[in-house]
Design a binder for this molecule. Structure first.
Ligand code: HEM
Ligand SMILES: [Zn+2]
Ligand SMILES: [Zn+2]
Length: 195
Protein backbone atom coordinates (compact mmCIF):
# COMPACT_ATOMS: atom_id res chain seq x y z
CA UNK A 1 0.00 0.00 0.00
CA UNK A 2 1.25 3.43 -0.87
CA UNK A 3 1.72 5.36 2.35
CA UNK A 4 0.93 8.53 0.41
CA UNK A 5 -2.44 7.12 -0.76
CA UNK A 6 -5.07 9.62 0.49
CA UNK A 7 -7.70 6.83 0.57
CA UNK A 8 -5.70 4.63 2.98
CA UNK A 9 -7.28 4.33 6.45
CA UNK A 10 -5.88 6.99 8.72
CA UNK A 11 -4.11 5.64 11.79
CA UNK A 12 -6.10 6.03 15.03
CA UNK A 13 -4.86 9.24 16.60
CA UNK A 14 -3.45 8.83 20.09
CA UNK A 15 -5.75 10.00 22.95
CA UNK A 16 -5.09 13.62 23.86
CA UNK A 17 -2.78 13.88 26.86
CA UNK A 18 -5.55 15.49 28.94
CA UNK A 19 -7.85 12.47 28.46
CA UNK A 20 -5.15 10.09 29.68
CA UNK A 21 -4.25 12.23 32.66
CA UNK A 22 -7.86 12.66 33.81
CA UNK A 23 -10.00 9.66 32.84
CA UNK A 24 -13.62 10.33 31.96
CA UNK A 25 -16.49 9.19 34.18
CA UNK A 26 -17.11 6.32 31.71
CA UNK A 27 -13.49 5.23 31.93
CA UNK A 28 -13.58 5.38 35.74
CA UNK A 29 -16.82 3.35 35.75
CA UNK A 30 -15.29 0.72 33.47
CA UNK A 31 -12.30 0.33 35.79
CA UNK A 32 -14.60 0.22 38.81
CA UNK A 33 -16.76 -2.45 37.17
CA UNK A 34 -13.73 -4.70 36.64
CA UNK A 35 -12.68 -4.31 40.29
CA UNK A 36 -16.22 -4.97 41.54
CA UNK A 37 -16.69 -8.04 39.30
CA UNK A 38 -13.39 -9.48 40.49
CA UNK A 39 -14.35 -8.80 44.11
CA UNK A 40 -17.72 -10.52 43.68
CA UNK A 41 -16.10 -13.53 42.02
CA UNK A 42 -13.52 -13.72 44.82
CA UNK A 43 -16.21 -13.39 47.49
CA UNK A 44 -18.30 -16.13 45.84
CA UNK A 45 -15.32 -18.48 45.57
CA UNK A 46 -14.32 -17.71 49.12
CA UNK A 47 -17.71 -18.10 50.69
CA UNK A 48 -19.26 -21.10 48.95
CA UNK A 49 -19.03 -23.09 52.18
CA UNK A 50 -19.86 -20.25 54.57
CA UNK A 51 -23.25 -19.02 55.80
CA UNK A 52 -24.14 -15.72 54.11
CA UNK A 53 -24.48 -12.88 56.61
CA UNK A 54 -26.57 -9.80 55.98
CA UNK A 55 -25.92 -7.73 52.87
CA UNK A 56 -25.50 -8.67 49.24
CA UNK A 57 -22.33 -9.75 47.51
CA UNK A 58 -22.63 -6.69 45.33
CA UNK A 59 -22.72 -4.47 48.40
CA UNK A 60 -19.72 -6.30 49.79
CA UNK A 61 -17.78 -5.63 46.63
CA UNK A 62 -17.53 -1.94 47.51
CA UNK A 63 -15.33 -2.96 50.40
CA UNK A 64 -12.50 -4.00 48.13
CA UNK A 65 -9.42 -1.84 48.64
CA UNK A 66 -7.24 -0.54 45.80
CA UNK A 67 -5.62 -3.98 45.33
CA UNK A 68 -9.01 -5.72 45.24
CA UNK A 69 -8.42 -7.18 48.73
CA UNK A 70 -11.37 -7.20 51.13
CA UNK A 71 -11.28 -5.17 54.30
CA UNK A 72 -13.53 -5.56 57.34
CA UNK A 73 -14.96 -2.23 58.45
CA UNK A 74 -17.21 -3.57 61.22
CA UNK A 75 -17.13 -1.87 64.60
CA UNK A 76 -15.39 -4.30 66.90
CA UNK A 77 -17.20 -3.02 70.02
CA UNK A 78 -20.83 -3.77 69.14
CA UNK A 79 -22.99 -6.14 67.06
CA UNK A 80 -22.08 -4.34 63.86
CA UNK A 81 -21.27 -6.74 60.97
CA UNK A 82 -19.40 -5.88 57.81
CA UNK A 83 -20.93 -6.73 54.43
CA UNK A 84 -18.16 -9.08 53.36
CA UNK A 85 -19.54 -12.63 53.35
CA UNK A 86 -16.07 -14.12 53.78
CA UNK A 87 -15.20 -12.08 56.87
CA UNK A 88 -14.18 -14.63 59.49
CA UNK A 89 -14.46 -12.20 62.42
CA UNK A 90 -17.97 -11.12 61.44
CA UNK A 91 -19.15 -14.65 60.71
CA UNK A 92 -18.03 -15.67 64.18
CA UNK A 93 -19.65 -12.59 65.69
CA UNK A 94 -22.88 -13.38 63.86
CA UNK A 95 -22.87 -16.89 65.31
CA UNK A 96 -22.48 -15.42 68.83
CA UNK A 97 -25.36 -13.01 68.18
CA UNK A 98 -27.59 -15.86 66.94
CA UNK A 99 -26.75 -17.90 70.03
CA UNK A 100 -28.28 -15.20 72.27
CA UNK A 101 -32.03 -15.18 72.90
CA UNK A 102 -33.68 -13.25 70.04
CA UNK A 103 -35.32 -9.97 71.12
CA UNK A 104 -39.10 -9.73 70.97
CA UNK A 105 -40.36 -8.05 67.78
CA UNK A 106 -39.91 -4.30 68.07
CA UNK A 107 -37.56 -4.62 71.03
CA UNK A 108 -34.16 -4.88 69.39
CA UNK A 109 -31.27 -2.75 70.61
CA UNK A 110 -29.17 -1.21 67.88
CA UNK A 111 -26.09 0.98 67.93
CA UNK A 112 -25.48 3.81 65.51
CA UNK A 113 -22.76 1.57 64.00
CA UNK A 114 -25.51 -0.89 63.05
CA UNK A 115 -28.01 1.79 62.06
CA UNK A 116 -25.72 3.32 59.43
CA UNK A 117 -25.47 0.01 57.52
CA UNK A 118 -29.16 0.06 56.65
CA UNK A 119 -29.10 2.76 54.05
CA UNK A 120 -30.17 1.21 50.75
CA UNK A 121 -33.48 1.08 48.90
CA UNK A 122 -33.92 -2.57 49.85
CA UNK A 123 -33.00 -2.00 53.50
CA UNK A 124 -33.79 1.41 55.04
CA UNK A 125 -33.63 2.11 58.75
CA UNK A 126 -34.28 5.48 60.38
CA UNK A 127 -33.96 6.65 63.97
CA UNK A 128 -36.03 9.29 65.76
CA UNK A 129 -36.23 10.11 69.47
CA UNK A 130 -34.07 7.09 70.26
CA UNK A 131 -36.32 4.63 68.41
CA UNK A 132 -35.18 2.65 65.36
CA UNK A 133 -37.62 2.15 62.47
CA UNK A 134 -37.44 -0.10 59.44
CA UNK A 135 -38.92 2.00 56.63
CA UNK A 136 -38.20 -0.48 53.83
CA UNK A 137 -41.82 -1.58 53.43
CA UNK A 138 -43.29 1.91 53.11
CA UNK A 139 -40.49 3.48 51.09
CA UNK A 140 -42.22 3.28 47.70
CA UNK A 141 -45.59 4.50 49.06
CA UNK A 142 -44.21 7.36 51.16
CA UNK A 143 -46.31 10.50 50.46
CA UNK A 144 -43.17 12.63 50.81
CA UNK A 145 -41.34 10.57 48.17
CA UNK A 146 -38.61 7.94 48.21
CA UNK A 147 -35.79 10.46 48.22
CA UNK A 148 -36.82 12.21 51.42
CA UNK A 149 -36.45 8.94 53.30
CA UNK A 150 -33.34 7.76 51.49
CA UNK A 151 -31.55 11.02 52.29
CA UNK A 152 -31.86 10.12 55.97
CA UNK A 153 -31.37 6.36 55.62
CA UNK A 154 -29.20 4.89 58.36
CA UNK A 155 -29.32 8.15 60.32
CA UNK A 156 -31.20 10.02 62.98
CA UNK A 157 -34.10 12.10 61.64
CA UNK A 158 -35.88 13.21 64.80
CA UNK A 159 -36.71 16.62 63.29
CA UNK A 160 -38.40 15.00 60.31
CA UNK A 161 -40.38 12.70 62.56
CA UNK A 162 -41.72 15.73 64.45
CA UNK A 163 -42.86 17.32 61.20
CA UNK A 164 -45.33 14.49 60.52
CA UNK A 165 -49.01 14.53 61.44
CA UNK A 166 -50.32 12.47 64.34
CA UNK A 167 -51.73 9.93 61.88
CA UNK A 168 -48.39 9.64 60.10
CA UNK A 169 -46.58 9.14 63.41
CA UNK A 170 -48.96 6.24 64.02
CA UNK A 171 -47.59 4.67 60.83
CA UNK A 172 -44.03 5.19 62.04
CA UNK A 173 -44.96 3.38 65.26
CA UNK A 174 -45.90 0.25 63.31
CA UNK A 175 -42.42 0.21 61.81
CA UNK A 176 -40.53 0.29 65.12
CA UNK A 177 -37.91 -2.44 65.37
CA UNK A 178 -36.15 -1.36 68.53
CA UNK A 179 -34.21 1.33 70.38
CA UNK A 180 -30.99 3.11 69.61
CA UNK A 181 -28.21 2.49 72.13
CA UNK A 182 -24.68 3.72 72.55
CA UNK A 183 -21.91 1.60 71.11
CA UNK A 184 -19.53 0.61 73.95
CA UNK A 185 -16.88 2.50 71.99
CA UNK A 186 -18.87 5.73 72.65
CA UNK A 187 -19.26 5.16 76.35
CA UNK A 188 -21.40 2.04 76.27
CA UNK A 189 -24.19 1.10 78.70
CA UNK A 190 -27.82 1.02 77.78
CA UNK A 191 -28.37 4.76 77.37
CA UNK A 192 -30.33 5.90 74.40
CA UNK A 193 -27.90 7.27 71.87
CA UNK A 194 -29.52 10.64 71.32
CA UNK A 195 -31.35 11.57 74.50
C1 HEM B 1 -40.95 5.49 58.67
C2 HEM B 1 -40.78 6.64 58.09
C3 HEM B 1 -41.88 7.54 57.55
C4 HEM B 1 -43.23 7.39 57.49
C5 HEM B 1 -44.07 6.23 57.99
C6 HEM B 1 -43.76 8.58 56.87
C7 HEM B 1 -45.08 8.82 56.60
C8 HEM B 1 -45.59 9.94 56.01
C9 HEM B 1 -46.99 10.24 55.80
C10 HEM B 1 -48.14 9.33 56.20
C11 HEM B 1 -47.08 11.44 55.20
C12 HEM B 1 -48.37 12.18 54.79
C13 HEM B 1 -48.49 13.50 55.52
C14 HEM B 1 -48.74 13.33 56.99
O1 HEM B 1 -49.69 12.64 57.36
O2 HEM B 1 -47.96 13.90 57.80
C15 HEM B 1 -45.73 11.89 55.00
C16 HEM B 1 -45.40 13.07 54.38
C17 HEM B 1 -44.14 13.55 54.26
N1 HEM B 1 -42.99 12.98 54.73
FE1 HEM B 1 -42.88 11.21 55.66
N2 HEM B 1 -42.73 9.42 56.57
C18 HEM B 1 -41.57 8.81 56.97
C19 HEM B 1 -40.30 9.34 56.90
C20 HEM B 1 -39.98 10.57 56.41
C21 HEM B 1 -38.68 11.13 56.43
C22 HEM B 1 -37.43 10.50 57.02
C23 HEM B 1 -38.75 12.30 55.82
C24 HEM B 1 -37.57 13.20 55.65
C25 HEM B 1 -37.57 14.43 55.26
C26 HEM B 1 -40.13 12.52 55.42
C27 HEM B 1 -40.63 13.60 54.73
C28 HEM B 1 -41.94 13.80 54.40
C29 HEM B 1 -42.42 14.95 53.67
C30 HEM B 1 -41.60 16.08 53.13
C31 HEM B 1 -43.80 14.79 53.59
C32 HEM B 1 -44.77 15.79 52.99
C33 HEM B 1 -45.27 15.39 51.66
C34 HEM B 1 -46.29 16.39 51.18
O3 HEM B 1 -47.18 16.75 51.94
O4 HEM B 1 -46.18 16.79 50.03
N3 HEM B 1 -40.85 11.43 55.81
N4 HEM B 1 -44.85 10.98 55.51
ZN1 LIG C 1 -16.13 -8.10 59.04
ZN1 LIG D 1 -20.07 0.04 67.45
Amino acid sequence: MNPQDPDAAAPVPPLPAAAVASPSVEQKRAVEAVVVKAAIAAAKADTAALPQPSGTLEAKADMADADGAMVCDACEYCDDLCRWAACKACNEKEERIKARPAPRPGCGRFTTCQLRRHCTKSDVWLAAHGVVYDATEILEEHPGGVRSILRHAGQDCTEDFDFHSKAARGLWKDLKIGTLVHCPKDGGDSRCAIM
